[in-house]
Design a protein around this ligand. Structure first.
Ligand code: 5GP
Ligand code: ZN
Length: 114
């Protein structure tokens, strides 16, 4: 999608700090990290604006995102644990409408999820 900042990152039109890439997903460091490790994992294709649009058809892709997250968590040394977050819609303060998953770790996080 032309106006989407994450599509531009995948296309290399906006620079990013790449952490991982394969045929399906791209992972890069968040520009405004909220934890020592804050990686965004996104499908390369702009097929879903948010988790609200997920269907059974997307199950394999979303499962792959979680497999990549687990692999990256190991590689990045998140042995103490990590959090995966996806914001969907205004109430969740979603700002970029290209499905993405925040992989957060490297510190003891708040018990509050909301
Ligand atoms: P959301 O609030 O939609 O769940 O998360 C969007 C995330 O994208 C935010 O954490 C924000 O810091 C990050 N972000 C927005 N623009 C850019 C950018 O140009 N580069 C990178 N690396 N991260 C970005
Ligand atoms: Zn996009």
């Amino acid at each position: 999608m032309d106006s989407c900042i994450f599509c531009k990152i995948v296309a290399g039109q906006i620079p990013s700090s790449k952490v991982y890439e394969d045929d399906l997903v791209y992972a890069f460091n968040d520009i405004n990290p909220l934890a020592p490790v804050h990686v965004l994992i996104i499908p390369k294709e702009h097929i879903l604006a948010s988790a609200a649009d997920a269907t059974e058809e997307n199950a394999a892709l979303i499962g792959h995102v979680f497999a990549v997250a687990a692999k990256l968590a190991k590689e990045l040394g998140l042995d103490g644990g990590f959090r995966i977050v996806t914001n969907s819609g205004d109430d969740a303060c979603q700002t970029v409408h290209h499905l993405h998953f925040h992989l957060l770790g490297g510190k003891k996080m708040s018990e509050d999820l909301a």
